[in-house]
Design a protein around this ligand. Structure first.
Ligand code: CP3
Length: 353
């Protein structure tokens, strides 16, 4: 375990004073970077990169060499959890992720195992240990998982979906069996995140990418309930420090008060809401991550800077803001624009602290 040299990200989540607003970028390691594409071209599939400890470590570090980011994130994917549960994950170049053995019936759900992450996901723990050795505490390392609901949606739909008809059919025709499935996924996620903490990560983010397709009562019953269980059961500290947690949701801004109440330290919000309004609504309960539209990075440098200034001003004075995009960075973003973005956040946030 290393003492952190730059702990701006951690301090901001804990709403302690900072000299400037910290920034990291969702999907900061990936296809908009030429150095990633160069490595990617040497492998036929994305999953074999995720399982290659040296390469995944190298890719995690790439964005930090280019930009003054305040955190690193492990290079992996939320779908390695269903893969470790025996579903046989693959990534199709055109169609995106899919499973050899998707969940199609009750018997499939009954068969889902509770795994040992130190066995089934040992490669992730090895990647974490290797990144930590390289970072030597220069910035915090973020670990992550998908939310139980988001993972269940992928496992039943067999990949991405437009209307999520299959999982909604189970949800409304046999909610008990869906709860059984979510219980197992939740248990596996807690084991996974606690193993990540033991391996050396400094913070956790949960991606509830598909919470926003539910109505209010279904969101509370099938997504929030399980996220609350996770917040209550992750270790929250290692030998030397507290491990702050962020919950990223998409399309859930109408339920911010509920989401702020379940025990995460920070909420990640999309760009569908003014960040000042988020702050007013959640008060002192949580810090806020976000929330620039990733498409702003297609604009001119001056427009990018203006947007950054506007978001900083909307948030206002004081700590508690972790700057980020409102969703993952687009793969056709110009890497030069990311430099302008990151530096603008640092330069123009000083006046607010
Ligand atoms: O830098 C980082 O943020 C770490 C890496 C990371 C990836 N995926 C790499 C990746 C993280 C944190 C994720 C999370 C993830 N994966 C989410 C949650 C966040 C979100 O975006 O809402 C979701 C829903 C997934 C599922 C997933 N992975 C899909 C739907 C796809 C295919 C579509 C796409 O964007 O290509 C992936 C593949 C994926 N995950 C890639 C990367 C870099 C592209 C694979 C490639 O290079 O060929």
């Amino acid at each position: 375990m290393y003492q952190l040299k730059n702990d701006r990200y951690i301090r901001a989540i804990l709403r302690k004073p900072v000299d400037m607003t910290p920034i990291w970028i969702m999907r900061q390691a990936g296809r908009y970077l030429p150095e990633y594409k160069k490595i990617r071209a040497e492998f036929d599939n994305f999953l074999s990169i995720c399982k290659n400890v040296d390469v995944a470590c190298e890719i995690s570090l790439q964005p930090l060499r280019r930009y003054n980011l305040d955190a690193a994130i492990i290079f992996s994917d939320i779908l390695v959890v269903p893969d470790a549960m025996g579903l046989g994950l693959y990534f199709d170049e055109k169609k995106g992720p899919g499973f050899l053995y998707p969940v199609t019936c009750q018997a499939d759900i009954k068969r889902l195992p509770i795994y040992d992450p130190e066995q089934e996901l040992s490669y992730v723990m090895n990647i974490i240990r290797m990144i930590c050795k390289n970072l030597k505490g220069s910035v915090p390392l973020i670990g992550f998982s998908g939310s139980p609901w988001t993972l269940a949606a992928y496992m039943v739909q067999n990949g991405s979906s437009k209307n999520f008809n299959k999982i909604k059919k189970i949800m409304y025709s046999d909610p008990i069996i869906l709860h059984k499935m979510l219980d197992k996924i939740t248990e596996n996620i807690i084991l996974y995140l606690n193993a990540q903490i033991c391996a050396g990560i400094n913070s956790i983010i949960l991606f509830d990418t598909w919470g926003g397709i539910l109505n209010y009562s279904a969101y509370r019953e099938f997504s929030l309930y399980y996220l609350k269980k996770i917040a209550a059961n992750v270790l929250r500290k290692n030998e030397i420090s507290y491990i702050p947690t962020i919950l990223f949701t998409k399309g859930c801004n109408q339920w911010l008060e509920d989401i702020a109440d379940i025990g995460f330290d920070a909420l990640g919000v999309d760009w569908g809401i003014n960040i000042g309004d988020v702050r007013r609504r959640v008060g002192n309960k949580v810090a806020i991550q976000g929330n620039m539209d990733p498409s702003v990075l297609y604009a001119s440098p001056q427009k990018i800077i203006n947007e950054v200034k506007m978001i900083l001003a909307s948030y206002g004075k004081g700590s508690g803001h972790i700057f980020n995009l409102g969703h993952g960075i687009n793969q056709d973003t110009a890497p030069e624009n990311v430099s302008i973005f990151v530096d603008a956040v640092h330069n123009f946030s000083k006046q607010w602290h």
